[in-house]
Ligand binder design. Structure first.
Ligand code: DX5
Ligand code: ZN
Length: 218
């Protein structure tokens, strides 16, 4: 069990200067990279070539959040490239068990993401196959949205299911996580916190990471 981890999302970084943007994250545990395809979500960001370029320029662990259709076809490439975590969306995967196994076989931690309206109970059978459950706390697609409080019971439920399973599965929250909302997320049972605008919108990104960590620790 690793404990609290802070994962700044480069979605809110300067895309023309990704190397220095990743550099200035201080003691962040992971770098969260949002891959969007204009189909699964109404926004387009970056894909495998950019993730490979980031991996080549940093020692940090890269956490890929794939908001894409047909992850069964594309996700393994990110694991092969050396991402630490690869998260695909439950709503988009045709064969989630097979895909999670493939990710692990390539040496990545396998994550499954759930949009706000997707119930966690539906995916309880998947737990033995995965290393992280991502509970979205906004509709995926854009940074800087307002945290959806209605998702808090789902984080609690996810924590119950993970505890009951006895497995070492991280529970990640993503969307609207800030100094105003992170304590509620931690209290509900999350342990990996994605923050885009809260980190890159701050004057000192590394200090923002430590503030979030302190608040999450309670
Ligand atoms: C949104 C992305 C998030 C995004 C979060 O769909 O998955 O990772 O960067 O941004 P904030 O922290 O600003 O809500
Ligand atoms: Zn994300």
């Amino acid at each position: 069990i690793v404990g609290i981890q802070i994962a700044p999302s480069i979605l809110s970084a300067d895309f023309a200067n990704l190397e220095s943007e990743v550099d200035r994250l201080g003691d962040a545990d992971l770098v969260h990279v949002d891959v969007m395809d204009n189909h699964f979500v109404p926004n387009l960001t970056l894909g495998l070539p950019v993730v490979e370029a980031i991996l080549a320029r940093t020692e940090r662990r890269v956490d890929c959040h794939l908001m894409i259709d047909e992850p069964d076809r594309w996700a393994a490439g990110y694991a092969e490239a050396g991402a630490h975590n690869v998260t695909f969306h439950a709503e988009a995967a045709a064969a989630p068990v097979r895909l999670a196994r493939e990710l692990r076989r390539h040496g990545a931690r396998a994550g499954v993401g759930l949009k706000p309206a997707t119930p966690v109970e539906q995916f309880e059978d998947l737990l033995p196959e995965i290393d992280m459950l991502l509970v979205m706390t906004v509709e995926p697609g854009f940074g800087g949205q307002r945290f959806l409080d209605v998702c808090l019971p789902k984080i609690r439920r996810a924590r119950e299911l993970v505890t009951r399973s006895g497995m070492d599965i991280w529970i990640q929250v993503d969307g609207g996580v800030s100094d105003e909302t992170i304590e509620r997320c931690a209290d509900a049972g999350a342990d990996v916190f994605v923050a885009g605008s809260a980190v890159y919108g701050a004057e000192d990104a590394a200090a923002a990471v430590e503030d979030l960590r302190r608040l999450a620790a309670g």
